[in-house]
Design a protein around this ligand. Structure first.
Ligand code: SF4
Length: 189
């Protein structure tokens, strides 16, 4: 049975990928590494939701001890409008590295389930990270299970976040456009 390391951004997003990958016969292990989730209290809520889900479906998960907040913020500094690329790269390279070290056959990510993420960019970066670390990126378009995952997460009573993760995504979610533009103005891209 092929072993897959599944990078997980949060509990609700893991629901469909875990069920479909298991149906396809893969032996799964989760990996939680998300320095893009701010503030820390939000990070903890998402981590706890994953712990709750993982226990329900008996999924083993590696919880990376590193939060790497400073590294994340420094890496996107002055490149805020390109931050998603940097964010995906940081997380997927970490997953590829762990997958290679742990002798997995493949790695992939729950980010592929969201209709709000930059899907093609995730695929591109996943494949690049796979080449860099010598481990294949397992692509599947999980978006077909996006709605189903949301419904199941509600029934499970899992915490569901209202924004992507970083402080800028929180701003975009809650602030008027004029405030977002003001904050990001003059950015050197
Ligand atoms: S919007 Fe989401 S994917 Fe983009 S940098 Fe922020 S947390 Fe990462």
């Amino acid at each position: 049975m092929a072993k897959v390391l599944l990078h997980i951004c949060c509990g609700p997003c893991a629901i469909y990928p875990v069920s479909t990958l298991r149906e396809h016969g893969y032996d799964l292990m989760g990996y939680f590494y998300n320095p893009n989730i701010h503030p820390y209290t939000e990070y903890l809520k998402r981590k706890e939701a994953l712990e709750q889900f993982a226990e329900l479906v008996q999924l083993k998960v590696i919880y990376d001890k590193k939060y790497d907040l400073k590294e994340f913020l420094q890496s996107i500094s002055y490149r805020e409008t390109k931050r998603c690329l940097i964010c995906y790269k940081m997380r997927l390279e970490a997953a590829a590295h762990i997958a290679k070290k742990g002798k997995f056959d493949y790695f992939t990510t729950t980010l592929l389930v969201s209709r709000y993420q930059k899907h093609n960019l995730i695929v591109e970066i996943g494949e690049e990270a796979g080449k860099k670390y010598g481990i294949p990126f397992l692509y599947q378009d999980f978006r077909e299970g996006f709605k189903e995952g949301i419904e199941i997460s509600k029934n499970m009573g899992l915490y569901r976040q209202q924004y992507c993760g970083c402080i800028y995504s929180e701003l975009e979610r809650y602030a008027p456009k004029s405030v977002v533009q003001e904050v990001l103005k003059g950015e050197n891209n």
